[in-house]
Ligand binder design. Structure first.
Ligand code: PHE
Length: 351
């Protein structure tokens, strides 16, 4: 029997030499030491042997079993290493490759200046208990005009050159005041909210006008809301934004959805209000920039929003967000803001 075992081991060693894959190694393992393998059948045949033979052959067989197990184990780990090395040699990555964009710092992102200012203003209003609302860019006549006291034949429609859709029913919102209407649909007074967003006007562009620009609408409705509340919130807002007292002036302004209506101007931060002597293109040499049309919400607007005008009143404002961005960062052409020009935008990365 010992002779048989030696022959078996020689046979195993010869087979092991030609094993090339892990599957072949596993097959060889089960052929010799698996439950139906050679070693098992030797052990099974022991039942007819004498106790001495059982003892001798049994221990020898176990010894060989362990030997075979070890040899197979070694072979498997050699094959595994070879497999890994082969994979590595095929799929290598050059970790020394240089990313020139990264080297120049061009991959580092940042916020758009308009986003920075918008978030800051949202935070100021949130801290004063206002909600922040959103609305669709594509509006219908009612939300952009009708509910805002601008009926179909009203000349005020000419104030805002409109991009109409071919169906003549839908348009690109010309102002964020449409969100006043949407706000009144979903909220019960008292309420106060701001609503930032892009607006669209079909008009000639110049340094202070673009076809796409951003506004931030504000509305507060409650019992006894008066012009004094409007002035308080506007003053607080501007001193928070500019981190100092900013010179402002109020002029009467006409908007069908407010009565009385005002134009709030701030002293031009580009030319420090010097105006004509410096030839400033932002304030058109007046020294003042029209920043914030506002007023007391017209009763017709409140009625369109199903609000009891005997009980409630409110104020509204429409802040020109881009103008504020220009004042803040000293940008002298509004068209740069939506230009998508990286040479312009990348200057704000560190803000
Ligand atoms: N919606 C007006 C505009 O875009 C601005 C405005 C808003 C005026 C709210 C008064 C009150 O011109």
């Amino acid at each position: 029997m010992s002779h048989d075992l030696d022959t078996l081991l020689t046979e195993f060693n010869q087979s092991l030499l030609v094993v090339k894959t892990k599957t072949e190694a596993m097959d060889l393992k089960s052929k010799f030491i698996g439950p139906k393998g050679h070693i098992s059948s030797i052990l099974k045949s022991l039942k007819d042997k004498s106790p001495e033979e059982k003892k001798e052959i049994g221990s020898k067989t176990n010894e060989y079993k362990i030997k075979i197990e070890t040899l197979i184990g070694n072979k498997l780990s050699v094959l595994e290493t070879e497999e890994i090395n082969q994979k590595l040699s095929k799929n290598w990555i050059d970790v020394t490759l240089k990313d020139s964009n990264l080297d120049l710092g061009l991959n580092a992102g940042g916020y758009h200046p308009a986003t920075i200012v918008q978030r800051e203003i949202e935070d100021i209003f949130l801290s004063m208990g206002f909600d922040v609302l959103d609305g669709p860019h594509i509006e219908d006549d009612w939300h952009n005009f009708g509910a805002l006291n601008i009926p179909a034949d009203h000349p005020a429609r000419d104030m805002q050159d409109t991009f109409w859709f071919a169906d003549n029913l839908h348009l690109l919102r010309t102002h964020t005041s449409s969100i006043q209407v949407r706000g009144m649909e979903t909220k019960k007074p008292p309420f106060k909210f701001v609503a930032p967003g892009k607006v669209f006007r079909c008009e000639r562009t110049d340094a202070s006008h673009d076809m796409v620009f951003q506004q931030l609408e504000g509305m507060m409705v409650g019992e006894g809301i008066a012009v004094s509340h409007l002035i308080y919130f506007m003053k607080t807002l501007l001193s928070e934004i500019f981190k100092r007292e900013v010179d402002i002036r109020l002029r009467p302004g006409f908007f069908p959805f407010v009565e009385p209506g005002f134009e709030l101007d701030i002293k031009c931060q580009i030319c420090s209000g010097k105006g004509s002597s410096e030839g400033c293109s932002v304030c058109k040499q007046t020294g003042w920039v029209e920043l914030l049309p506002c007023g007391m919400v017209h009763p017709n607007v409140l009625k369109a929003g199903n609000i009891d005008t005997e009980k409630y009143s409110g104020f509204a404002f429409g802040l020109g967000l881009d103008r504020l961005v220009m004042m803040r960062y000293g940008i002298d052409d509004i068209r740069l803001i939506h230009s998508g020009d990286l040479r312009f935008i990348s200057q704000f990365k560190s803000y």
